[in-house]
Structure formats: structure tokens, C-alpha cells
Design a protein. Structure first.
Length: 276
């Protein structure tokens, strides 16, 4: 009929059935990954599931995955929100920006710090983060109900406690009141850490710290917790996933924890200029 044999019709139907079953398998793999990384982008998602696709004989590229997710309404839409947590109009001493010409070559060379807000059903909380600029690993964090310097400094103390090397270290942040405070500067001085700060109101001078904040809030901290206790557990779990499971394009799709711990991993990405 119409010049098409019965065999050709059956083969076409068979191919359609195979593709449908393969797409179901792909969606199941995506759902498995999104149990721990619910808002991970398609490019990194493809990197994580690619070995499983190959082991099952499923031929699908990144564009194919994008189309599959789009047709099934599974693409992640970015969130847009901003709350100012930096109070830089104060009389305290502000340190110069030391990162304009620096090249990152190894972990524990530069730490970057920032503060972001997270809401629970009770109130607004504040998460202080300290990130290794080379490995992108979150090395210190603290969740609090206020923006006091005493609360923020706890993240720095956690980062210092976990150091593996006794080498010169620069701490970079914005010019917020908390980072300029005597309490914070005293801890930096105690551990021979050199302070560095943005020299203006340009958020790109602390872009890496801002980026880490965005990843946590957009990809991992999407659920609204009932209270501080529940949120604290969620933050701890999310940071563990970020450090140990989430791949980074800047790290050749390696995880921050891998780059931070493996000496061979340092050579794999080389040195690069930090965004300031």
C-alpha cells in the first residue's frame, strides 16, 4: 500500500518503540541524579549520566538530552532574587584588592568569602561561606540568625581548622562591615592570613564567592525548611553534595573535593586568573 512494504512499517514501529524505551531510561537516570542535585543544568547533568548511557548502549548527545528534557518539561528555569547583605558604608579600614594580577596555582592560596540569606518558614537566616578560589571547595560555613561579625567569623575558623598546608594565604571579601570589623581582622592576623577586599561597589570583584552562593541557592537549597534546625541540616547536606558530587566546568568537570585533595588534579587544570 502506497509503495511501503509491511516489513518497513513494522521496522519503523520497532525503531519508535526502541527510542521510546531509551527515552524512558534517560528520564529515569535524570530523576536519579536530581534526587541529590535537583536543579543541576543540562550540560553537567549530561556529564554525570553519560557513562550510564554508554553502558546501556543508548546513543544520545547533549543536544539530544536538552531536547528530551524540554519535551518533557524538565528543564530548570533560573531563579532571580537579590537581597543586599553587604554594608560597606562605614568608617572601618578597608584593605586593598590583592587579586587583580594574581594567578591561582594551588589550593589554600586564596580564600574568598561572602554572606547570603536563606529563608525558613520562621524567619530569614544568613549563611556565611568561605571558598577555596582554586578548587572551588567550600572550606568553611556558618548559618546564623543575624549578620554579626561574631557569627560570620565562625565560617573562617572552620576553614582555618581544615587547612592542610602552612603556606601564605590571602583572604578576599567585599568591604562589608563584618569583614572589616576588629573581630574578623583579629582572626586573620592570628593565623597570618593577608586580607584583600574589593576596591569598589562592583560585584564582579568578588564574582567567585557570589557564584558559589548562587549555585547553592539555585540548585541545592530550593526547599523551604520549617525552622533553623532543619535548615542547618539541609545546608550541611547541600554543601557536602556541592563539594563531593557536583562537577564544575572550570575544573574540567571534576568536583571541588577531588581537586582540593588530589595533587595530580592540580596539574590537570593548570593556573588561571581569578575573576576580580
Amino acid at each position: 500500500m502506497f509503495g511501503i512494504s509491511r516489513q518497513a512499517v513494522y521496522q519503523r514501529q520497532w525503531r519508535q518503540d526502541v527510542r521510546m524505551k531509551e527515552k524512558e531510561k534517560v528520564i529515569n537516570l535524570v530523576l536519579q541524579e536530581r534526587m541529590s542535585l535537583p536543579r543541576l543544568g543540562t550540560r553537567k547533568l549530561y556529564y554525570l549520566i553519560k557513562p550510564k548511557l554508554e553502558s546501556q548502549g543508548i546513543k544520545m548527545g547533549r543536544d539530544g538530552l536538552f531536547t528530551c528534557l524540554r519535551l518533557n518539561h524538565m528543564l530548570v528555569k533560573p531563579k532571580k532574587s537579590y537581597t543586599k547583605t553587604t554594608m560597606s558604608k562605614h568608617w572601618l579600614h578597608k584593605h586593598p584588592n590583592l587579586l587583580k594580577d594574581i594567578k591561582l596555582q594551588y589550593p589554600e592560596q586564596v580564600y574568598v568569602s561572602d554572606i547570603t540569606y536563606i529563608k525558613s518558614r520562621q524567619k530569614t537566616h544568613y549563611l556565611s561561606l568561605v571558598t577555596d578560589a582554586y578548587s572551588r571547595k567550600i572550606v568553611g560555613y556558618h548559618l546564623s540568625d543575624d549578620l554579626n561579625a561574631e557569627s560570620v567569623v565562625n565560617a573562617l575558623k572552620m576553614a582555618v581548622k581544615g587547612r592542610n598546608k602552612d603556606i601564605p594565604l590571602i583572604h578576599h571579601s567585599d568591604r562589608g562591615l563584618q569583614y572589616c570589623s576588629a573581630v574578623y581582622q583579629k582572626v586573620l592576623h592570628k593565623y597570618n592570613i593577608t586580607p584583600s577586599m574589593t576596591d569598589g561597589y562592583d560585584c564582579y570583584q568578588n564574582a567567585l564567592a557570589e557564584r558559589v552562593n548562587g549555585i547553592l541557592k539555585q540548585e541545592l537549597l530550593g526547599d523551604i525548611c520549617n525552622n533553623y534546625k532543619d535548615l542547618k541540616l539541609l545546608v550541611k547536606h547541600s554543601i557536602e553534595i556541592y563539594n563531593m558530587k557536583r562537577p564544575h566546568l572550570a575544573l574540567n568537570m571534576k568536583t571541588p573535593n577531588f581537586i582540593h585533595q588530589k595533587t595530580d588534579g592540580y596539574k590537570s587544570i593548570g593556573s588561571y586568573n581569578i575573576l576580580v
